[in-house]
Design a protein around this ligand. Structure first.
Ligand code: F6R
Length: 614
């Protein structure tokens, strides 16, 4: 999704903004632009990568002597990706420039009214309409920029994070947020506004996460002031970032995705830190502890999320019903929010999100909150909107995930869900003590077992080479491995653009079996102890139709080895914890296939890291 970087200070703004935009590239975008102000405003925009904007700037920029400016990476919503639709957009008189993340839903009616007043629009965007609206109000009301912005936003319906700059009011930036993230960075005599902390961390670790409906005004030499849409001054909390620059750099890996796959022994261990002790026999989540009695008595748990987070939610459903015996439902946030669901006071609602900013998940929990539900967040991005909107929660502490394809967030979320199920099941006295301690010890062993799987990277790369030219792929799994099959298929399609589908293995004969021929790779997750014979039969069914079987098996499996074309062995583990291991070969397989096909690994086409629009 769109990325925002703005700077006001004593340094040269251009390199700071360009570097910041590069740090936000991971969010996904298709064009970039910048507006710089030093007496006169210069606006430059280019379809394509930030590097293309840099090339354009090297020809067009009159000088580099600007100490304030705004920059943007655009992920197209209204209008195709091109130079004209790229941000910043300017007001009718060209004095005001604006960058925007989000969607102004009522832009069409505002645009019509402005056209009647003589405004001429150049782009197809909703953002240009907002720029003109701000300009029009300024022309008629003659108020300070921040006041004009406030009045304009009161007329808008939708989502926004914006930064506005006026060449007639130099030394001032105005930012505002509603449903899209915006962070203020506070340095020494310098200020930053950005979509997340990654463009800021190099300069300061003091930030304020703006709340919905807040407007920040930064004035050179005078500091900042935050008000709400009713013009009341706010008392914001200044947070200290717990983020290091190395965490947002590739650290010697070819891609962020590979770095993040290989980080998983550490990130899974960090997710568990202080939350489990197999020797003493406990698992705990601090966010649940004060309300554990109430949560344990829940009539129902509803897990809501999108994409990969939805797949880990499915693992949560299996775990929570298996170990804590609480009826659990998994909801796509985008469906849940619009289908008038039944939510009862005694329901426990859990939102899962890496970014903590996914628009549908955020809207789903706001809807559930309005119906009186108790909300819990399993989130990676610290200080994000979902983390703040939920009543309590558990951070997964996986560190910044920059590759668009989610990997370490999935294992982090699944780890927290395993802890949640163990904590609840044990609290309810449902798990026999020896088995409970066994599961705790097994969970603690996951990081070292992941390390063992990562050591098979060359073998997985070899298999990737054998199937890289496929046009389709089928992923099959049973029980705990079914959500992993879905996740494996999603990983492959999003980064390699190979069409892939995940299915419960037994469902294959109800339709997808028609697709199997000698060109179809079928990735079978076959580590289950329960229903082992059944999954062997499924593999036989694929082989009988000449499909290419890549089986993920438990170390020492001699039966499937004889039938499958390729096997990838993973260490033995208690079945409820299998997904934490079986997903690793899925991630590596997708990664290597995509590299071999020459795809953009960290920024696959059309995708955004943080989906902040519906
Ligand atoms: C897939 C992927 C997406 C996200 C989805 C939800 O690799 O990254 O499917 O999982 O957009 O994002 P979060 O978890 O940030 O809410």
């Amino acid at each position: 999704m769109c990325g925002i970087v703005a700077y006001l200070g004593e340094k040269k703004a251009y390199p700071i903004i360009i570097e910041g935009l590069k740090r936000l590239e991971y969010r996904g975008y298709d064009s970039a632009g910048i507006a710089l102000l030093n007496g006169k405003m210069q606006v430059l925009k280019k379809k394509g990568k930030v590097s293309e904007l840099e090339n354009h700037a090297s020809e067009q920029l009159e000088n580099y002597d600007y100490s304030m400016g705004i920059g943007h990476t655009r992920w197209a919503t209204h209008g195709v990706p091109n130079d004209v639709n790229a941000h910043p957009h300017t007001s009718n008189d060209g004095n005001i420039s604006i960058i925007h993340n989000g969607i102004i839903e009522n832009y069409d009616s505002i645009k019509k009214a402005l056209i009647e007043k003589g405004h001429v629009f150049h782009s197809d965007t909703d953002t240009e309409v907002l720029a003109h609206l701000i300009g029009e109000i300024q022309k008629t009301e003659k108020l300070p920029l921040e006041e004009v912005v406030r009045l304009a936003l009161k007329k808008c319906v939708g989502a926004y994070a914006i930064v506005v700059m006026d060449q007639n009011d130099p030394g001032k930036l105005v930012g505002a947020k509603f449903s899209s993230p915006l962070v203020l960075g506070i340095g020494d005599d310098e200020f930053f506004l950005a979509s997340d902390a990654s463009p800021i961390i190099k300069y300061t670790n003091k930030v304020i996460y703006l709340n919905d409906g807040e407007i920040v005004t930064i004035k050179r030499g005078k500091g900042y002031c935050i008000k709400n849409l009713s013009n009341e001054t706010q008392n914001p909390k200044v947070s200290e970032l717990d983020l290091k620059l190395e965490e947002i750099e590739k650290g010697g890996y070819d891609h962020f995705m590979l770095k993040e796959i290989f980080q998983q022994p550490t990130t899974v261990a960090t997710s568990m830190k202080g939350r489990i002790n197999s020797k003493e026999g406990w698992a705990i989540l601090g966010g649940m502890k004060p309300n554990i009695a109430r949560i344990a008595k829940s009539d129902r748990i509803i897990l809501t999320a999108c994409g990969t987070s939805w797949h880990s939610a499915m693992i949560g459903e299996y775990l929570l019903e298996d170990l804590a015996r609480i009826p659990t439902e998994v909801e796509y946030a985008s469906e849940f929010r619009y289908r008038n669901p039944i939510i009862k006071e005694n329901d426990f609602i859990v939102a899962l999100s890496q970014s903590g900013e996914t628009a549908d998940t955020l809207a789903a929990i706001k809807m559930a909150k309005a119906k009186g539900a108790y909300l819990y967040g399993i989130v990676n991005a610290v200080g994000s909107s979902i983390a703040r909107e939920t009543d309590s929660g558990s951070y997964i502490h996986a560190g910044p995930e920059i590759g668009v394809a989610s990997t370490k967030a999935f294992t982090g979320q699944s780890t927290i869900l395993a802890l949640m199920a163990l904590y609840l099941g044990h609290h309810k006295g449902l798990i026999e003590e020896t088995y409970f301690r066994k599961l705790l010890a097994e969970l603690e062993s996951v990081p070292s077992k992941i390390t063992k799987i990562l050591a098979k990277d060359d073998h997985i790369k070899y298999i990737a080479g054998e199937i890289k030219n496929a046009s389709n792929a089928l992923y099959l799994g049973r029980g705990y491995n079914f959500p992993v099959a879905l996740e494996g298929a999603l990983k492959l399609k999003e980064i390699s653009y190979i069409h892939a589908e995940g299915y419960p293995a037994a469902e294959m004969k109800h339709g997808p079996i028609a697709l199997i021929d000698m060109y179809m790779p079928v990735i079978v997750l076959a580590t289950n102890k329960s229903a082992y014979e059944k999954i062997v039969s499924n593999i036989q069914e694929v082989k009988a139709r000449k499909g290419i079987v890549i089986a993920i098996v438990t170390e020492g499996d001699e039966i499937i080895k004889e039938i499958a074309d390729f096997i990838i062995e993973i260490p033995e583990i208690e079945e409820p914890l299998t997904p934490l291991l079986s997903v690793i070969p899925m991630q590596l397989l997708a990664y290597h296939i995509a590299v071999m096909r020459g795809c953009h690994i960290d920024q696959p086409r059309n995708l955004a890291k943080s989906v902040t629009v519906e």
